[in-house]
Ligand binder design. Structure first.
Ligand SMILES: [Zn+2]
Ligand SMILES: [Zn+2]
Length: 266
């Protein structure tokens, strides 16, 4: 499997990073997308892939930097069905997001009920399985600590973890500010790789969790401003990436910081 980090930015696109989207490529050419921040369909093409080979997409939560590219992606799926050999399954984190998205398609004169599209609402537990991967989800708090309540549509995100043959992957959505919703499963089960967001928490809060996690490799995505290597920006963090890696120097596995367009082989 190859993991393509298409967009690696945080809530706002930045000088060097678009919003969150990661593409998982299986040996048979099928593609699986986790998060669909804009401009995801353009970034899929830019990597040389065809949209018709995207089998399923999983949105960790409905914040715009994770879902804002869905309309462009799905327009392509609806408009250009030629050559598509399997339906496209879209997993949204909230049931009420499904009619909202379908309403957008109607507004832009596309067919929301195209037979190529399957809509599913994610819930805790197993959410998807086909011949390539089995995906499960764990709900995390994300912004609930800001006083939002359980039922608030902005209050949670999902961590997704999946298996393909011998490969196990843990992929976080956005986490909460003290990192306390980092899933326990990271410390209980072995994962070949973890893709973890790096915006919403401080290293002093996350280090103890990471030290205990059973990863072979950690890749940071959703990179916060302070960890950017910008040279002409207000953050003035020319050595931002080095500073983030320095906080990880004692981790018992290698750590990488993803950039837009990077590919990781497994
Ligand atoms: Zn985000
Ligand atoms: Zn978020």
């Amino acid at each position: 499997m190859k993991i393509h980090t298409l967009g690696t930015g945080h809530g706002n696109s930045t000088f060097s990073r678009f919003n969150s989207s990661t593409l998982y490529e299986c040996e048979d050419g099928k593609l699986y997308l986790i998060d669909a921040g804009a401009p995801v369909e353009a970034l899929i093409r830019r990597k040389g892939f065809e949209i018709k080979n995207v089998r399923a997409a999983f949105v960790t939560h409905m914040h715009d930097d994770h879902a804002g590219g869905l309309t462009g992606l799905m327009k392509q799926i609806i408009k250009y069905p030629a050559g598509r050999e399997f339906p496209f399954t879209l997993h949204l984190p909230e049931a009420n997001a499904i009619p909202a998205l379908q309403g957008w398609f109607l507004a832009v004169h596309e067919n929301a009920h195209n037979p190529l599209l399957e809509y599913k609402a994610t819930d805790d537990g197993d959410v998807y399985e086909d011949e390539n991967i089995k995906v499960s989800a764990i709900r995390t708090a994300h912004l609930r600590t800001k006083g939002r309540t359980e039922g608030d549509p902005c209050s949670f995100a999902y961590v997704l973890y999946f298996k393909r043959e011998n490969l196990t992957v843990l992929h976080t959505g956005d986490l909460c500010r003290d990192f306390s919703d980092f899933p326990k499963i990271a410390m209980e089960q072995h994962f070949d790789v973890c893709l973890c967001e790096a915006t919403h928490y401080k290293p002093e809060d996350s280090t103890a969790y990471f030290m205990k996690s059973k990863f072979d490799r950690l890749i940071f995505i959703h990179i916060g401003d302070r960890w950017h290597n910008l040279v002409r920006d207000r953050w003035n963090v020319e050595r931002g990436e080095a500073a983030l890696l320095e906080t990880c120097k004692d981790f018992p596995y290698p750590v990488a910081i993803a950039h837009d367009g990077d590919t990781f082989w497994f």
